[in-house]
Ligand binder design. Structure first.
Ligand code: URA
Length: 499
């Protein structure tokens, strides 16, 4: 019997290559190991030290051989079969390796062994082993999805060296590394930790690190923001609109206990059942008549904070928290034309440059058609951090609120004062509001012709993503032509300086 100790998929893969090269059937291998003692983020060295049992001679029936054969693991057969698996199969094996089952490594090796024997049906759901493989892959994907959806970060008091956000989760399968990468790609630079019963991951703002288990339950997390969150949750809870069955079917009960709101939801559901439906939302809101607006003073909505020295340090609104980086404008120091967009998108956020994603491609085409060189214009945005919401695994653009546009305006002002363009092209409504410093400015009022504002020309055209979202080819073409015409107009008003 050969004993293989593996702690990760990479170690298992190295072990399998070795076993296949020596033609060791599954029933002669004893597998041991767990994910939790390995390093979650660095693959183990493939030349793993063999367990002592491996050094001894083994006896097994070689495939196709009539009588028992003897082999020595240290001396692989001269004509070792090559291990070639289809990429899709390897991906399924890697995913299934995250499935928590005592026999996972043995089972996966059995699949590979059968494949090597020519049993191609092993990767079909119609095969008994294949069906189990598919079920494992499905369960792991489901667990990843649930973890993305139900991990709740709680904010902790600032303490040097400690992560700012901490979450506790009890995954059924070993999906922590994938899920950690998902959050690392999407949560910007704020430091966080996800603790599970078997392992912990930490994000220091730049890199992921793994650590032994640190917490025993969600109760171990000190949370400064939780009381606030629960007050907010209570206030948005509308008993009149409660559909308890839907709520339960959307969030499986095993997640409730670790959701902060889980503690108060049962009481709110029973309150709703006992007559609170009539009173609408919270007591205070329910007692108001007519359309309800809760007045908030500008100072409370946007308290005065210290002015940041650089865009990178800007904390004037909360968008920096979930962005990878601030995206400053780019272009010649004294460009005659400045193009102002809305805010960076997914690609811009990752690359730190404006208009490098799909909207940028439309803009490039329009610039070329209008005869404007991209290198001659200064490109920037009204809002410098990417605002997004998660849909599945995609970060989808979310329109910035007026208070975020106003908070960011200082940076646009700084760019206008420094570059001193003769013409500003506002790409879409958000840009126009920022350029005009008027939250009520509308495109329809000004799109017809350039106009003067604060001593310079302003040209208002559609945003390039409007072209991408247009419902049919005709509207797409019309919107695109408006952009091209506006850029031509800008060029007419401010031709490049000669020399
Ligand atoms: N949309 C914008 O408004 N700006 C960018 O930089 C990218 C997309």
């Amino acid at each position: 019997m050969i004993r293989k100790v593996v702690r990760s998929f990479d170690e298992w893969r190295a072990a399998v290559r070795d076993l296949i090269a020596r033609q060791v059937p599954p029933e002669f291998v004893e597998w041991a190991g767990s994910e939790s003692d390995g390093d979650l983020f660095t693959a183990a060295a493939p030349g793993d030290a063999p367990a002592p049992a491996e050094r001894t001679a083994i006896r097994y029936t070689a495939p196709g051989a009539a009588s028992p054969a003897v082999a020595h693991p240290a001396e692989p057969p001269a004509a070792a079969p090559e291990l070639r698996l289809p990429r899709a199969f390897v991906e399924m094996l890697a995913t299934a390796a995250c499935f928590s089952a005592a026999d996972r490594w043995a089972f996966l090796y059995k699949l590979v062994w059968r494949w090597q024997l020519g049993e191609r049906e092993v990767i079909s759901a119609a095969d008994t082993d294949g069906a189990r493989l598919y079920a494992m892959v499905k369960a792991v994907h489901r667990e990843e999805h649930d973890m993305h959806a139900y991990v709740r970060f709680r904010e902790r008091p600032e303490r040097a060296g400690d992560p700012r956000f901490v979450a506790w989760f009890e995954p059924t399968h070993d999906v922590l590394p994938q899920v950690a990468r998902h959050f690392a790609n999407r949560m910007g630079r704020a430091t966080w930790m996800i603790a599970t019963p078997a392992a912990t991951v930490l994000w220091d703002g730049e890199r992921l690190h793994d650590a032994p288990p640190r917490l025993r339950s969600a109760a171990d997390i000190e949370d400064s923001g939780e009381a606030l969150w629960l007050t907010y949750y209570r206030s948005i809870f509308n008993p009149a609109r409660l559909n308890a069955d839907l709520l339960r079917s959307h969030i499986p009960s095993r997640f409730w206990k670790n959701l902060p709101e889980g503690a108060i939801v049962p009481a709110m559901i029973s309150g709703a059942a006992n007559g609170e439906r009539r009173s609408g939302q919270t007591g205070t809101v329910g007692r108001r008549s007519g359309a309800t607006t809760i007045a908030v003073t500008p100072e409370r909505a946007q308290p005065q904070r210290d002015e940041p020295d650089t865009l990178d340090q800007c904390r004037r609104c909360d968008l920096w928290r979930n962005a990878t980086q601030a995206v400053p404008g780019v272009g010649p120091k004294k460009a005659r034309i400045m193009l102002v967009g809305e805010q960076p998108g997914d690609q811009e956020d990752l690359q730190g440059l404006p208009f490098v994603g799909p909207a940028g491609a439309v803009l490039d085409r329009a610039l070329a058609e209008a005869g404007v060189e991209r290198d001659h214009v200064y490109l920037t945005n009204a809002v410098k951090h990417f605002k997004w919401e998660l849909r599945g695994k995609r970060r989808l653009h979310k329109t910035p609120a007026q208070r975020e546009v106003s908070a960011c305006h200082v940076w646009l002002e700084e760019e206008l004062a420094r570059v001193k363009p003769d013409v500003v092209v506002a790409l879409g409504a958000t840009a126009l509001k920022s350029v005009m410093k008027d939250g009520n400015a509308t495109m329809s009022a000004v799109m017809d012709a350039p106009f003067q504002h604060e001593g310079r020309w302003v040209v208002a055209v559609y945003h390039p993503s409007f072209v991408l979202r247009a419902r049919d080819e005709e509207s797409r073409q019309q919107a695109y032509e408006v952009i091209v015409a506006g850029l031509r107009e800008a060029l007419r008003l401010a031709p490049p300086r000669s020399g």
